[in-house]
Design a protein around this ligand. Structure first.
Ligand code: GDP
Ligand code: MG
Length: 688
């Protein structure tokens, strides 16, 4: 086991706008590589990757399951990523563990807002990508237009490796540019490899221009390519591919392939290109982590003999309620039976089984090595985002950054007796999904679940019903409010209490004032003149931070607030940490209450694309939702509107947009910022 094996690994994702054909492409890849013998189809609800019941019914991919396929002696770990915006946490966590990606673009729709968004996310994570222009067979498909759209929206960074021919007849063939040949698909047999023939004369110029573009891109990474091209007018494939690979790995250029996943066209070339151009774990920089005792970051190279560093990126139960830990091994080796350390919990976990996942079938392994993505079974206290390492030298890898939930709803079991079972089910799902939280509402005594959007909560409740057999109901969703202050106020908090025969006593005077939007919490410290001994400012800061979890207006977490210590009154030994912390909470609450508390609500950035004739209806609906429209641009026969809208006004938007545009509108939204919730404040004040 070693470099050879790691070099033949590809950890890839398939990312796209919803409906571009990600699942269909994955299914075709699994079929082509021999994993599944019959091709699942999304429309019949038999797709292998979309195995959760809800996904089948909704025809969308929700969970990033991983599946392994083999192609020419290589192992492909394919992580399916969701396209729906409610599940961007899933996209982000998969981007973290991927080395490369296939981006699927629809040859009819071009670059949709959601494709643009995931494209930029992938750029942020520096994931090398190849593009598959899909649905060439559909009427209205236009490869050149899709390519122009990509160049316009994403940059002049695309290098087609094929040129599809015969737009008006559903593109029955492509020019294979590096191969200098014409490939023609058999219209009657999707499984037959395309027939290869020499490039017909009338296409010689197209081939030459396309090939030159490839040579240029490869030449940027390796000068000798240009020399060879100038001398001979051609470049040997064995010379060209490694040079282009180098250019792709830097993330500066992206090869483009094309085909039709539904008809099995272009899948072989796509798979070949994954091997040729996407990185192996050896091609990406080693991860770094910090040791438990802190200090400088240490590198963990993709080497089976290095100390173990692994990231648990997803936790979920299988159908037998075994907890599966989807794990990327960055360095080292995990043998079955190993005891490995979770530095967050300071506990050792026993790995009882290791699996390679073939969608929902498992293959048992004796060991997992650096670079691989596998499922571990056995840990008890590990959760999503944790790092695992050797008992000596375990490091914390950079944690996965999960967004805070933005909507909540009360949840109730059908009968009182089901409550404990409901609590267990919710706790279980919260371990799996870090963007899902459960709390008790102290006022109503209800359980409140929070997540990333309406669909997210719906899916979770659906799972409670199906997987746990509990007849749960949820209430009207509500946005997750925050609080801040609108003014400046100062107050003195006191703590003076006898606890276990010891008098604890301190006074803390704090000034609370508004911070800049999206600044979070700022601790401003003290005037230099106020002479406060050693640990006290630290105690005050930490107690003030703890107080932010529940604001004075209605108990929501506080944001964008500044706190300054005006003075402290200390009473010798009586001013213990407990006393200082107690006085701080008291002072903070009083000051915040006087500093004009403000309720904040989440505001999203929305992009809507709709046919021109529906734009009027779309705009009327946006204005009824209190949206601020920030721009409109033409996109061919369609128009794109940009707006910011309070999230509370976005409930039911998917359904309304569908009816306003007869199903032809698409939208994407993402969290933008928090704004004062004027209407909601009136409602809270009147006690409604
Ligand atoms: P995803 O949302 O990106 O996973 O997209 P799906 O794979 O679920 O596909 C969305 C729809 O497009 C389904 O109805 C597919 O049958 C259809 N589709 C996918 N690929 C193709 C293709 O190559 N040609 C045509 N005509 N339809 C396709
Ligand atoms: Mg899908």
């Amino acid at each position: 086991m070693g470099r050879e094996e790691i070099q033949r690994l590809r950890n890839i994702g398939i990312i796209a706008h919803i409906d571009a054909g990600k699942t269909t492409t994955t299914e075709r890849i699994l079929h082509r590589t021999g994993v599944s013998h019959r091709v699942g189809t999304v429309d019949e609800g038999t797709a292998v990757m979309d195995w959760m019941a809800q996904e089948r019914e909704r025809g969308i991919t929700i969970t990033s399951a991983v599946t392994t396929a083999h192609w020419h002696d290589h192992i492909l770990n394919i992580v399916d990523t969701p396209g729906h915006v409610d599940f961007t946490a899933e996209v982000q966590r998969s981007l973290r563990i991927l080395d490369g990606a296939i981006v699927v673009i629809c040859a009819v729709g071009g670059v949709e807002p959601q494709s643009e968004k995931v494209w930029h996310q992938a750029s942020e994570y520096r994931v090398p990508r190849i593009v598959f222009v899909n649905k060439l067979d559909r009427s209205g498909a236009d490869f050149e237009a899709a390519l122009a759209d990509m160049r316009k929206r994403l940059g002049n960074i695309f290098v087609p490796l094929v040129v599809p021919l015969g737009r008006d007849e559903g593109y029955g063939s492509v020019l294979d540019l590096p191969g200098n040949r014409l490939l023609t698909w058999d219209p009657d047999n999707p499984d037959a490899p395309p027939a290869a023939s020499p490039v017909p004369k009338e296409y010689a110029d197209i081939r030459a221009a396309g090939f030159e573009r490839i040579v240029e891109a490869a030449g940027d990474a390796d000068d000798s390519i240009l020399d060879e091209f100038l001398e001979t007018g051609d470049v040997d494939r064995d010379h060209l591919v490694p040079a282009l690979r180098k250019a792709v790995l830097t993330g500066e250029v992206h090869p483009v392939l094309a085909g039709s996943a539904l008809r099995g066209r272009g899948i072989r070339s796509l798979l070949d290109s994954v091997l040729d151009y996407l990185p192996s774990p050896l091609d990406v920089p080693p991860v770094t982590g910090t040791l438990v005792d802190g200090g400088e970051p240490v590198a963990r190279p993709p080497n089976p003999d290095a100390p173990l560093a692994a990231l648990v990126y997803k936790v979920m139960n299988d159908e037998n309620r075994n907890r599966l830990y989807y794990t990327r091994i960055y360095s080292g080796t995990v043998p079955r039976g190993a005891k490995i350390r979770n530095p967050r919990t300071h506990t050792d976990e026993r790995i009882t089984r290791i699996y390679r996942m073939h969608s929902n079938r498992k293959e048992a392994l004796d060991a997992a090595i650096a670079g691989d993505i596998v499922v571990l079974v056995g840990p008890k206290k590990t959760r999503t985002g944790d790092t695992l390492g050797t008992p000596q030298g375990a490091v914390f890898l950079e944690p996965i950054d999960f967004p805070d939930p933005v909507i909540s709803a009360a949840i109730e079991p059908g009968t009182r007796a089901e409550l404990p079972e409901l609590e267990r089910a919710l706790a279980e799902m919260a371990i799996e999904d870090p963007t899902f939280t459960v709390k008790d509402d102290p006022e109503t005594g209800q359980k409140v679940i929070s997540g990333m959007g309406e669909l997210h909560l719906e899916v979770l409740v659906d799972r409670v019903r199906r997987e746990f057999g509990i007849d749960a109901r949820i209430g009207q969703p509500q946005v997750a409010y925050r609080e801040t202050v609108g003014g400046v106020a100062t107050a003195t908090g006191l703590f003076d209490r006898e606890i276990a025969d010891f008098q604890h006593r301190a006074g803390v005077t704090l000034e609370v004032s508004p911070g800049a939007r999206s600044s979070g919490f700022a601790f401003v410290g003290t005037d230099d003149s106020a002479d406060i001994p050693g640990p006290v400012p630290g105690w005050v800061e930490s107690a003030a931070r703890d107080s932010l979890t529940s604001g004075p207006f209605a108990g929501y977490p506080m944001l964008d607030i500044r706190v300054r210590i005006v003075s402290v009154d200390l009473y010798g030994d009586a001013s213990t940490e407990m006393a200082v912390r107690g006085a701080t909470s008291d002072g903070f609450r009083q000051a915040a209450t006087r500093a004009e508390p403000v309720l904040l609500e989440p505001v999203v950035r929305l992009e809507v694309i709709a046919p021109q004739e529906a734009t009027g209806d779309v705009m009327r609906d946006l204005s009824a939702r209190n949206a601020t429209v920030t721009g409109i641009e033409a996109r061919g026969t369609r128009e794109k509107a940009l707006a910011t809208v309070p999230l509370s006004r976005m409930f039911g938007y998917a359904t309304d947009l569908r009816s306003a545009t007869r199903g032809r509108g698409t939208f994407s939204m993402e969290m933008s910022h928090y704004e004062p919730a004027t209407e909601a404040m009136k409602r809270f004040r009147s006690g409604a």
